[in-house]
Design a protein around this ligand. Structure first.
Ligand code: ADP
Ligand code: MG
Length: 277
């Protein structure tokens, strides 16, 4: 079974009778359980709207969103839908609720009505998963951005969702913080969690099993990241860009330094250059 299925989904923000923003315009999509899917697209392409449709924060105007077969419009399933799909947002400071880290992590499971002993186990488990167990008794406010986002992840996984959606969760972080968060995302995925990573860092999209490019509320491209990024013209048409290493490789090719235009990763580029120099 797919973890998530969108069937011809439409969603509009109705601001007034003559001001309707068509944010999602006919998206059909199946996300396999256990996969790591990256989603990119220009500003306003509909990424955050889709994220909210995935866990029932929004419901489609038309079409269906199913989470493990459950229709998100079905009121009897809304609790299970929300429990199945956890969301990590952009601003780490908006996602903390308590002044002691362990209480912050316990908040979600407490709201699910989970018993005390199990909550204690989950807090340790979740903090360990994000490599923050030693901070358990500390305060979240003194942490770095990357640590705060890892804490937000711990708070989500303590509720044991099967799917985790990152909505530009690394956007406010420095390179080190971004790396820490992406490592945790990949570790969770290796243990079986389905990961949907919305990002504007093309380098982060490279590590995914699948890359979906959105443009004006529709899917423009969908495939393996390398295959998607090698369609340079289409990438440009969709107002996104290729990873930096690829950009450099293409520029080098133009001036006769043939490292290969299909280079995507930084390390690959450095290796090729070292061979030539
Ligand atoms: P992205 O996350 O890709 O930047 P969004 O899903 O946030 O895209 O936005 C898609 C479109 O919907 C944009 O035109 C945006 O301005 C509009 N939009 C998003 N949220 C709201 C809202 N709460 N009210 C009105 N318009 C919105
Ligand atoms: Mg967004």
């Amino acid at each position: 079974m797919s973890a998530i299925e969108l069937e011809n989904v439409y969603y509009s923000y109705v601001l007034s009778e003559d001001n309707i923003i068509k944010a999602v315009r006919g998206i059909s999509l199946k996300i396999e359980e256990g996969s790591f899917v990256a989603m990119v697209g220009h500003n306003g392409s509909g990424k955050s709207t889709i994220a909210k449709l995935l866990n029932g924060l929004l419901v489609p105007d038309y079409g269906k969103v199913r989470v493990f077969g459950m229709d998100t419009q079905d009121k009897e399933h809304i609790f299970d839908v929300r429990k199945s799909v956890g969301m990590v947002f952009q601003n780490p400071d908006n996602q903390m609720v308590a002044s002691i880290i362990e209480d912050d992590i316990a908040f979600g499971p407490e709201n699910l009505g989970i018993e005390r002993e199990e909550i204690i186990r989950r807090v340790d488990w979740a903090l360990d998963k994000v490599h923050m167990l030693e901070h358990k008794k500390g305060t979240p406010f003194k942490l770095s951005g990357g640590q705060k986002q890892r804490l937000a992840i711990a708070g989500i996984i303590a509720m044991k969702p099967k799917v985790i959606v990152f909505d530009e969760s690394t956007a406010m972080l420095d390179p080190q913080g971004r790396k820490e968060v992406m490592e945790v995302a990949h570790e969770l995925n290796k243990e079986g969690m389905t990961v949907i990573c919305i990002t504007h860092y093309m380098e982060e999209a490279l590590g995914a099993d699948r890359l979906i490019v959105l443009n004006d509320g529709k899917i423009a491209l969908d495939g393996k990241p390398k295959e998607v990024f090698s369609q340079y013209e289409k990438i440009k048409e969709n107002k996104i860009h290729v990873p930096l290493a690829t950009k450099i490789a293409i520029s080098l090719d133009d001036i006769g330094v043939k490292v290969g235009k299909d280079i995507m990763e930084k390390d690959e580029l450095v290796d090729k250059l070292c061979q030539l120099l």
